[in-house]
Design a binder for this molecule. Structure first.
Ligand SMILES: [Zn+2]
Length: 377
């Protein structure tokens, strides 16, 4: 059976589908040799790496021996035309498999022209299923942490908090990058997407690899990026540091108190003290639990009480009444840490700065108009 797709039709990397055979026109960003031992103990080698075209990047594996034209080179930095490549899903990400049926020809050099044409995603869109991403973002924080890359070998980890108008995510590098400075606006091409499990939540991070390109840009958003929608959150493998969501407040439910140790700031439950600092004071932060909805799905969110009132002597019932007047049926933009559980989606804000009232929803405006017309009658 000959499954060879002998046409010059090339599929963009951004349009690949699992379990298909495609032709692609790509640049080889990396090529690394790996060793594999089968059950019988026989060792064999194969290659892995990352391919790029003007639409996206993708990981690949070479199994077996593709046929390579004499004037073509399947090496780092080269551009090639790959015929008869298999698209497979591996660890819930797509990857390219090259095998004995694959034919590799010399490609047009797409190397230099890609930077301008490159497609940038937004932080809120990253789902954890990608291998690498291209992002434009501002750096809101920059930290250097002493760490151990290998046991006993101290090294430095450089962490930049990237922010765009859809959320924030940490970018980590084991090498110093002179473009990573607080306040800089940067374009980042080909950063590795990594999923980190911590307690019961999975967080996304970006990692600078040998092929990541970071450069200063003037402005972040050439096109308007759209905010993530609540229903899209269910499709994510893991969450960025924070997401921005625009939704209507459809219910103002009750007051939730978060208690924490005044020394180590760790959260404590209502009937217990901090195990390490039993004599320390307890900080109380009060949040208003609200239900928000953006017409795709609903979520719970927790808005700091200080956002609706600065009066510290009010009872919880009074705060809820004020919260209802100020928040109910209003459109808000919230920026928070997102957690998915069996009970749905929770979005945790960290302070007043994470909440913004946008404008009156249609519902709210209608009611004001009704009230005005009643008063004028
Ligand atoms: Zn403590």
């Amino acid at each position: 059976m000959n499954t060879f797709k002998n046409t010059d039709k090339f599929t963009k990397l951004s349009e690949l589908k699992s379990n298909t055979v495609v032709n692609i026109s790509v640049k080889i960003l990396s090529k690394k040799q790996r060793e594999y031992t089968n059950k019988a103990g026989t060792k064999s080698t194969y290659f892995i790496g990352v391919l790029e075209d003007e639409s996206s990047t993708i990981s690949y594996k070479v199994w077996g021996t593709p046929k390579i034209d004499l004037d073509a080179n399947f090496d780092e930095g080269r551009s090639v035309l790959v015929y008869n490549a298999m698209v497979k899903e591996w660890n819930s990400k797509l990857e390219i498999n090259l095998n004995n049926n694959t034919i590799i020809k010399k490609g047009e050099d797409i190397v230099q022209s890609t930077k301008k044409k490159i497609k940038y995603g937004s932080i809120g869109e990253i789902s954890g299923k990608e291998t690498t991403v291209n992002i434009k973002a501002g750096i809101s924080k920059y930290n250097i942490i002493e760490t151990y890359k290998n046991p006993g070998q101290p090294s430095k980890l450089y962490i930049a908090k990237l922010e765009d108008n859809t959320g924030s995510i940490d970018l980590m590098s084991f090498k110093e990058q002179n473009t990573l400075k607080e306040g800089n606006k940067v374009g980042i091409i080909n950063a590795t997407v990594s999923v980190r499990s911590f307690n019961d939540s999975k967080t996304l991070r970006l990692i600078v690899n040998d092929y990541t390109d970071i450069f200063i840009i003037d402005s972040i958003h050439e096109e308007t990026t759209t905010l993530p929608q609540i229903n899209d959150i269910f499709d994510k493998v893991a969450m960025p540091s924070s997401l921005k969501i625009l939704a209507d407040v459809i219910n103002v439910e009750r007051i939730i108190a978060k208690l924490s140790c005044s020394i180590c700031k760790r959260y404590v439950s209502a009937d217990k003290r901090c195990a390490e600092h039993p004599d320390a004071g307890i900080n109380i932060e009060k949040y208003i639990k609200c239900i928000i909805d953006d017409n795709t799905a609903s979520a719970r969110t927790y808005i700091p009480v200080s956002f609706v009132t600065s009066d510290e002597h009010l009872t919880d019932d009074d705060i809820i009444s004020i919260g209802q007047m100020k928040l109910l049926f209003r459109k808000i933009r919230i920026n928070g840490k997102v957690k998915i559980s069996d009970y749905g989606i929770d979005i945790y804000t960290a302070g007043e700065k994470d909440v913004e009232l946008i404008d009156e929803s249609a519902y709210f405006t209608q009611h004001i108009k009704k009230m005005e017309s009643l008063l004028n009658d």
